[in-house]
Design a protein around this ligand. Structure first.
Ligand SMILES: Cc1cc2nc3c(=O)[nH]c(=O)nc-3n(C[C@H](O)[C@H](O)[C@H](O)COP(=O)(O)O)c2cc1C
Length: 356
């Protein structure tokens, strides 16, 4: 039980560190017959890649996805699907100065306390490099959901620092800018905000929303497998995630019952404050999840910290870092949504015998 795996029937295990030779995953439980190629998976992985704009880390990985097993003649065979991505652009020397130091806000201190030993290069296992293989696994889940149930999953940047972009103005625009911003009019503001932030050496938080449409009613397993709990756990497992909301989320605190309840008519629900989940079970409405990401902790602005001997030291982080981790998080939250939903479709079928 070292928690490098998640999911029930569709079980994904990941391995690898930021500066190791490769990262990878094993996807067990994928049904046979899904047409999939390494190129399709790579296209998804490239959506979260670094180095595509000046607003992210300038590490440039090739992201060549190798399918090692479970796919024959471009179709899943029903046996474990193993995916591997080599790390091709790690610069471990950038991390020499924090080898014996703990970056405040990063996982260095807690990894040291837990294991007594850590791979300090690029954050080792705590690096979000691992999320590349979640996106790879998610590419399979997304395709399976789309083909089997016409489920469509789409994420977007909902807020970056003080700039709110939660209202989707144009879905087409989301993949056409480096931020996954759904409002083309706000992109220049995001660009200049990030340019100033980068120059200052500081970082900022962000919020990413994701919606899943055409999800059949009935997914989710009360009591301990509530769909909202499973989704929250999946989103919180992403590096730097600090909060998850489903539907109205924390806004429900200020709502009256008469406002929050989603009235039902023969034509459907009149609102969706529940975010598509009632009693831990999908209602057939859109499932809407929002995830808050904290500001990047690796900063070149000096701060007070400790080394492994307990001495007070000044911490300055070198290397290539994302000034706002939320900018690249959209494909990751989409992948986690897809993996949880596919797992729950398979669970639902196994328990009830229903196709949907
Ligand atoms: C897409 C993405 C990119 C990230 N990039 C960086 C980075 O460049 N530098 C950094 O210090 N942390 C980065 N992080 C955050 C760290 O991985 C994370 O803060 C660290 O593992 C500690 O875990 P915690 O924040 O969940 O407590 C990134 C996170 C995500 C989701």
């Amino acid at each position: 039980m070292s928690y490098n795996s998640f999911g029930h029937i569709l079980r994904v295990s990941t391995f690898g560190e930021s500066h190791g030779p490769a990262i990878g995953c094993l996807i067990d439980g994928c049904p046979p017959g899904l047409e999939i190629t390494a190129e399709e998976i790579r296209d998804e992985v490239l959506r979260r890649a670094t180095g595509k704009s000046r607003h992210t880390s300038q590490r440039r990985e090739k992201e060549d996805v190798q399918i090692l097993s479970g796919v024959f003649e471009d179709r899943t065979t029903g046996t474990p699907v193993a995916l591997l991505i080599e790390n091709t652009d790690a610069r471990s020397k950038d991390y020499e100065n924090i080898k014996r130091q703990f970056r405040p806000g990063h996982a260095d201190y807690t990894y040291w306390k837990k294991y007594g030993f850590r791979d300090y290069r690029g954050g080792g296992r705590s690096s979000a490099r691992e999320t590349a293989v979640r996106v790879a696994a998610g590419a399979i889940a997304r395709k399976w959901l789309r083909q089997t149930l016409a489920v469509d999953i789409q994420g977007w940047l909902a807020q970056l620092g003080p700039i709110r972009t939660d209202t989707v103005k144009n879905w087409e625009c989301v993949d056409d800018n480096p931020f996954f911003c759904p409002d083309p009019g706000v992109v220049p503001e995001l660009e200049s905000y990030m340019d100033a932030l980068r120059k200052s050496g500081d970082s900022v938080g962000a919020r990413v929303n994701v919606v899943a449409r055409n999800v059949p009613a009935g997914l989710g397993a009360p009591i301990y497998g509530k769909l909202d709990a499973e989704l929250a756990s999946a989103m919180m497992s992403i590096n730097a995630a600090k909060g998850v909301e489903v539907g109205a989320g924390f806004d429900c605190v200020a709502q009256k019952g008469t406002e929050h309840r989603d009235e039902m008519t023969p034509d459907g629900f009149l609102s969706n404050h529940a975010g598509g989940i009632l009693g831990g079970i999908s209602s057939g409405q859109d499932i809407i999840v929002s995830t808050a990401f904290k500001p990047t902790s690796s900063l070149r602005i000096p701060c007070r910290g400790l080394d492994i001997d307990g001495n007070e030291v000044e911490i300055v982080t070198k290397g290539r870092h994302d000034p706002c981790v939320g900018i690249r998080a959209t494909p990751i939250v989409e992948a986690m949504m897809a993996l949880v939903l596919m797992d729950h479709v398979l669970l639902h079928r196994a328990q009830t015998g229903n196709e949907k």
